[in-house]
Design a binder for this molecule. Structure first.
Ligand SMILES: Cc1ncc(COP(=O)(O)O)c(C=O)c1O
Length: 371
């Protein structure tokens, strides 16, 4: 049995006819940049989330840049975020000349620990940027309250969480700007790079629409210094097809996660399964377990042909590129502990019950039962 981690080929096969047709349509009409499929996708994303405005762009990283550029974030500003995320979150802050300020995570969800945010706020803080890690929103109500009290903006890095619900609504309704990624392996992925910024703020949306095309208000008239950060029409066409089937993909992902959790729990294994808070859903960008002898388990699974991944082996405050920030080992004990124990199992809509059983059996065979 060969198990695939993200199984992108299988998903393409499932929608092949429609995707091929959508791509061919773009090749035929020739509007490869900002073709009609881009606006159609943006309307689709708005309907899906209830957001007033969706602005697609070239990646999740550029979505973060655009969101912060719309708020004029730059040198002298501080942005509070988590050290336990993909590099892009803090990299985008630093690229704009602002300072990433890390706050440790809550070990139960791996998301930013809201009880620690207030202590990190200074005169220079402008934005709180939670990340919806593995597909689960952070404590957005509490983050919103803190932000309002100090006059800060909230940008949610939802690169992993498009389609997740917080108190039954999309995350965009609990922040100023929500960014996401359509990187192929994301729950809603295209076949190249892609991303979007979603917001209910029409003024910010208008600015972001200009920023993504070199800050231009009309052709060759540039109001802002911006980026070349558009989503290609072909990627928009692919996403347009995939968005139609996304609710079904999401329920399949939920089901895979449910089966993993059930099997891992009933087998009484010495590991922690993911915890999703009651008032929100995860889109299961990853199904990540915590286990003490992680590296050994990863090796064993690999020998059996089971691919896994580590999201993430080193928290950002310990990355060489951020050494100038002056953080040290021990500064964020929760992020450090989780990074040494976390392991993501194969997750995609097509993981079968048989495959889950085989994966769990392999873990069990390693002798990590608690009794
Ligand atoms: C949390 C987080 N932020 C930002 C990004 C960047 O997205 P992209 O790869 O589309 O630039 C990613 C993607 O891996 C991510 O997981």
């Amino acid at each position: 049995m060969r198990i695939d981690f993200a199984n992108l080929q299988r998903q393409y096969q499932a929608y092949k006819e429609e995707i091929d047709q959508a791509i061919q349509k773009v090749l035929d009409h020739g509007k490869y940049i900002m073709g009609p499929e881009v606006a159609e996708l943006e309307r689709g994303l708005e309907v899906f989330t209830g957001a007033r405005q969706a602005i697609t762009c070239s990646s999740g990283t550029d979505a973060l840049l655009l969101a912060m550029m719309a708020l004029n974030i730059g040198p002298g500003d501080e942005v509070i975020t988590t050290p336990f995320t993909f590099i892009a979150t803090a990299e985008a802050i630093a690229l704009l000349g602002a300072k990433p300020v890390f706050v440790d995570i809550d070990q139960t969800t791996c998301n930013i620990d809201v009880s620690k945010i207030e202590a990190a706020i200074t005169e220079s803080t402008r934005v709180i940027m939670p990340v919806s890690l593995y597909g689960q929103p952070a404590d957005l109500d509490k983050i919103g309250c803190t932000a309002r009290r100090y006059g800060l903006k909230v940008i949610v890095d939802g690169a992993q969480s498009f389609g997740a619900a917080y108190r039954k609504k999309a995350e965009v309704h609990f922040c100023d700007l929500y960014t996401t990624s359509f990187f192929p392996a994301k729950p809603l992925g295209c076949y190249g790079d892609g991303g979007a910024v979603l917001t209910n703020d029409e003024v910010l949306a208008e600015k972001i629409r200009m920023l993504r095309v070199h800050g231009q208000s009309q052709r060759y008239h540039h109001k802002y210094i911006g980026l070349g950060a558009r989503l290609d029409t072909i990627q928009a066409a692919i996403l347009g097809v995939k968005l139609k089937y996304y609710p079904d993909d999401l329920s399949k992902r939920q089901n895979v996660a449910r089966i993993y959790t059930k099997l891992l729990k009933t087998n009484n294994l010495k590991l922690k399964t993911p915890f999703v808070k009651e008032d929100r859903t995860s889109v299961w960008a990853q199904y990540s377990i915590r286990i003490k002898n992680r590296d050994m388990l990863q090796k064993k699974l690999k020998e059996k042909g089971i691919p896994t991944a580590i999201h993430y082996p080193a928290p950002l405050h310990l990355q060489e590129c951020f050494s100038y920030l002056g953080y040290e080992r021990g500064d964020f004990p929760a992020a450090e502990a989780v990074s040494s124990e976390i392991l993501s199992l194969p997750m995609n809509p097509y993981v079968t019950e048989e495959e889950s059983l085989m994966i769990v059996q392999t873990i069990k065979d390693m002798g990590i039962e608690s009794k």
